[in-house]
Design a protein around this ligand. Structure first.
Ligand code: SF4
Ligand code: SF4
Length: 654
């Protein structure tokens, strides 16, 4: 074929492929534009860093080295091979055309050969993982489509190698052949002769057509993450994982009032982009305590269900049609209520999908628009609103845990203390959790700190109501508490409860409350470091359970371990630190019936496997849940808050 004829042929296939791609991409763009606004601008430096680490560096994927490397080989390969696409387009028109400068660099073609091999290694390994190893995380994924994508990738690099080899065999390579060990070796297998010229044309065109076929298939397949993942990471959250986006009830235009996600048009554009970015890798599902204990919820299937709904209804909604309810159409009620908001899915997801926000938005709609929620949780919501605590106890009893301790109860107008101890509802009212409040207060007083509590003026932070989806109740609690804290002149607040820690520290800022909030383990570790408290050491074997809202949502991992190592011999569980496993109480599950196997028992079995005699915790909910779990599983361990263990060690044992 002459150069002119080749150019015309290329123009035709480029126009067809480009047109099909653009048509589909435009439809998807218009669907995402249907989404409600959410601000993901700003913090450009952080976003650039996320792209560098999570996309280019494949940080999250490499948390699992084997499968991570498989994906990284394929991804890095494509980054390196990008210029070869332009070279192939030029070469398809005329065998003598290539990119100026780069098309003559031996080092670049060495890289091309190396990465072609790595991509092939990656593809073969991915097939072996999917077909032979068959990890359960792929359960429910579209494996057929993934196989086709892998096959296309293998064909792209194979045709590239064959094209380069035929160029070398013909002697028309524009770079020194010695730099291409693989292509060079293949070229020696190719016989000379006129068929070689034909084969060179066949290989370059096969390469170009496979790439264009891949381009067209991608946006029509459920694996379009190749095009969207980088964008989704860019627009990912830059603030703490534990913070939920507040709803704006004061919005002037009533049509703009958003009460969670009822249909797809209520979703934000980021949530829509999330669904288009899912790779179906199942890392979220693998880490999910609900899925691990046989419940209906899989965060992967949730995202896939929402994406299916987008594909099904998006075009008709754009044409003026009505959208149907997401629950139970796209996801079932059970799926929505199974979540403990532990954030394991969000942390594991390599493409920055924000599952917890999706789930809470679905709950918000069910609770605030349809009044539809597990009946047992309704009592909790009512008690938070009426009694300012989820157990419906009298506020007058709030400070009775401190009877006999010399803890100042702040009255309006009193001078502010150095440290305000925010006790939280659990440690105020539950007998097991109260032990930790007593130990914490005793230790802070012993260290000579000026510490005070709010007593009956303290009210539920609203965390369980918010995670349940009742944003009204949460915001009412938040506004009341911010006013109380501001009046008290609180600047440094210590909390025992990681949920209070998260809510006051990360979420009250949206309601005008700005405070330095520390967890009691952080403050106690600080006092030990400063020598204001002295731990005598010990040899009891202690395994520490990380609370999701402390470790994963807020990165507090070192302080509790510092204390444990000062009073005993620490033993780590298999899942620890930011990759901890939930106790089962988050997301308001403290007040819901659990279906399927118990999450707390699963965690207790893991703790017992360490051989430790004590299970240390740093959260009143974990204390209650794991204490119950120990009893139900017959594990024979003692569950105690780190503060209780420290106080005992200072007193020379129980
Ligand atoms: S937050 Fe936890 S429970 Fe909820 S979907 Fe994610 S991993 Fe599962
Ligand atoms: S949501 Fe994220 S972690 Fe889960 S399957 Fe999709 S890409 Fe993988």
């Amino acid at each position: 074929m002459s150069t002119a004829a080749s150019a015309v042929a290329l123009l035709i296939v480029l126009s067809v492929a480009g047109g099909l791609f653009a048509r589909r991409a435009h439809l998807l763009y218009r669907i995402v534009r249907l989404g409600k606004p959410v601000d993901r601008s700003g913090e450009v430096g952080r976003r650039v860093r996320n792209e560098a680490t999570d996309v280019l560096g494949q940080r999250k994927l490499l948390q699992r080295l084997g499968p991570g490397l498989v994906h990284a080989f394929i991804f890095w390969g494509f980054v390196v091979l990008l210029p070869t696409i332009v070279m192939a387009l030029l070469g398809a028109v005329d065998p003598d055309w290539t990119l100026p400068w780069l098309g003559h660099q031996g080092w670049f073609f060495l890289l091309v050969d190396v990465f072609c091999v790595l991509v092939l290694v990656g593809v073969v390994s991915a097939f072996l993982i999917r077909k032979v190893q068959r990890p359960p995380r792929f359960e429910g994924s579209h494996l057929g489509e993934a196989d086709l994508i892998l096959g296309l990738i293998a064909l792209i690099v194979t045709t590239l190698l064959l094209w380069h080899a035929s160029q070398i065999a013909l002697g028309i390579n524009e770079w020194p052949a010695d730099w291409s060990p693989v292509s060079n070796a293949i070229s020696t297998l190719m016989s000379q002769g006129e068929w070689l010229e034909t084969r060179e044309r066949i290989f370059v065109w096969a390469h170009v057509l496979t790439i264009l076929g891949f381009l067209v298939y991608l946006p029509y397949s459920k694996h379009l993450h190749i095009a969207t993942a980088g964008l989704n990471v860019w627009f990912g959250r830059t603030r703490r994982r534990g913070r939920l986006e507040p709803l704006d009830f004061e919005v002037e235009d009533e049509a703009a009032l958003r009460l969670g996600s009822g249909t797809l048009v209520d979703m934000t554009w980021k949530q829509m982009l999330d669904t288009l970015s899912c790779t179906e890798c199942g890392r979220c599902q693998d880490a999910c305590p609900a899925w691990a204990t046989g419940k209906a919820l899989s965060p992967k299937l949730l995202v896939m269900g929402l994406r299916d709904r987008l594909f099904e209804e998006g075009p008709s909604v754009l044409a003026g049609g009505e959208a149907s309810p997401l629950v139970p159409g796209a996801v079932t009620d059970d799926v929505v209520w199974d979540c403990v908001t532990c954030g394991a899915c969000v942390r594991e997801c390599p493409v920055s999908i924000e599952h917890v926000d999706h789930i809470v938005d679905l709950r918000r709609h069910l609770v605030m628009v349809e009044s539809r929620f597990p009946s047992e949780a309704g009592t909790m919501l009512r008690d938070v609103g009426r009694s300012s605590n989820p157990w419906g106890k009298a506020q007058g009893e709030r400070a009775s845990w401190a009877d006999g301790l010399d803890v100042r109860v702040l009255e309006p107008g009193d001078p502010p203390p150095d440290v305000l101890y925010w006790v939280g509802c659990a440690a105020s009212f539950d007998e097991r959790a109260r032990e930790s409040a007593r130990a914490t207060a005793t230790l802070l007083l012993r260290a000579g700190l000026d510490v005070a509590i709010l007593g009956p003026r303290e009210s539920c932070t609203g965390d369980p109501a918010r995670r349940m989806g009742d944003e009204y109740t949460f915001q009412a609690q938040a506004q009341q508490n911010v006013a109380t804290l501001d009046e008290a002149g609180a600047t440094r607040i210590v909390t025992s409860c990681p949920h209070c820690f998260n809510t006051i520290g990360n979420e009250y800022g949206d309601f005008g409350g700005s405070y330095e909030v520390v967890h009691h383990t952080e403050l106690l570790a600080e006092l030990l470091r400063d020598g204001r408290l002295e731990a005598p050491g010990g040899d009891a074997e202690i395994t520490y359970h990380d609370s999701c809202y402390l470790a994963r949502h807020n990165d507090v991992v070192g302080a509790p371990r510092e204390i444990v190592s000062r009073i005993g011999k620490p033993l780590e569980m298999a899942r620890n630190g930011k990759r901890t496993f939930c106790c089962g109480a988050g997301g308001a599950h403290m007040w819901m019936e659990e279906r399927g196997a118990a999450i707390n028992e699963e965690r207790v079995r893991e703790a017992a496997a360490t051989g430790a005699e004590t299970l240390a915790v740093a959260c009143p909910f974990c204390t209650m849940m794991l204490d119950d779990g120990v009893k139900q599983a017959g594990a024979g361990m003692r569950v105690a808050d780190v503060s209780v263990l420290l106080a005992e060690a200072l007193d020379g044992g129980r």
